[in-house]
Design a protein around this ligand. Sequence first.
Ligand code: PLP
Ligand code: COI
Length: 361
Amino acid sequence: MTVQFPLQPNPAPVSPERRAEIMADPGFGRYFTDHMARAVWTSDDGWRDGEVVPFGPIPMHPAAAVLHYAQEIFEGMKAYRHADGSIWSFRPEANGERFARSARRLALPELPLPAFTASVEALVRADRQWVPDEGEQSLYLRPFMFASEPFLGVRPAKEVTYMLIASPVGSYFSAGVKPVSIWLSSAYTRAARGGTGEAKCGGNYAASLAPMIEATEHGCEQVCFLDATHGRYVEELGGMNVYFVTADGRIVTPELGTILEGITRASILILAKELGLEVEERPVEIREWQEGVASGAITEVFACGTGAVVTPVGKLVWDGGEVTSPHAGADDSVTMRLRRHLVDIQYGRAADPYGWMTRLA
Ligand code: PLP
Ligand code: COI
């Protein structure tokens, strides 16, 4: 039987006044709703004890395996409020399926898709007042799963906890939809063949923080990683996929293999065809980016992901040089047209011919 998530209401929710204050300027991932969902898995009994409970700290044994060996995965998705007040999510089954793939890679138990979906619906219904109705705000949903068994031997945990928390958010980048600058990491890589690059696991992000410090020191907001074998091919950014628009009407993105298979990336491959662009998934040499932007062969570069949506890239900076896309973020750019199309579908302002939207409440 599917795990259910009955509600244990929070007896002391955030006051409507404080909630309004938070939602006037939520930022990204700073504030959380009144509830959270959780379920527990044990190797003996499988998944059980699903519930939605008051939001709060989680008791954790100091020997919980996640704290020592990082056996952890997560997802990122959003709930959008449409003009009629209804609440929807974008391709949630794709997040649920990726969560299961990440689980397999990290030797965690798979949460069945119906349970994943049930947790999302239950939490969003409990916290529906936290789904913003302003501009491009949304309720960011963060499912995660970790090894909660207290045990210091290195083996897959026999007790695992699944949780879902929610955070009202505005733009991921504090400047909003402004072109971002990218630091090209030459000292560090993100993923190797056979590694965890395709999984959404916390360890990948921990490893991206030292290069992030370098990025900040060079005035950049994100890091671009190259392949671990040759140090020559563009992979992705620390928390988003990357796309190139060429002067001859193509849209190019690095092929899958060691990168995270972004749901935004996959959706853009489809939407770009509607704009008459020829789509290419293939290895992209870093030289192609550097020289292409300089020569005009690449007219636009953009980042995409749930948090970032579609964000124009203005500048690529590396040890010894930089190159700037002169028209990044222009209103009539392919980047901004794709962005508007995607966001219009997500907010219910455009038709949804692919059945991407699922009603939650
Ligand atoms: N790549 C990385 C490393 C990410 O963390 C993310 C998350 O947003 C993405 C790509 C984009 O994935 P999605 O479009 O599914 O959010
Ligand atoms: C997301 O966009 O959902 C992510 O997980 C990326 C993270 C940098 C916030």
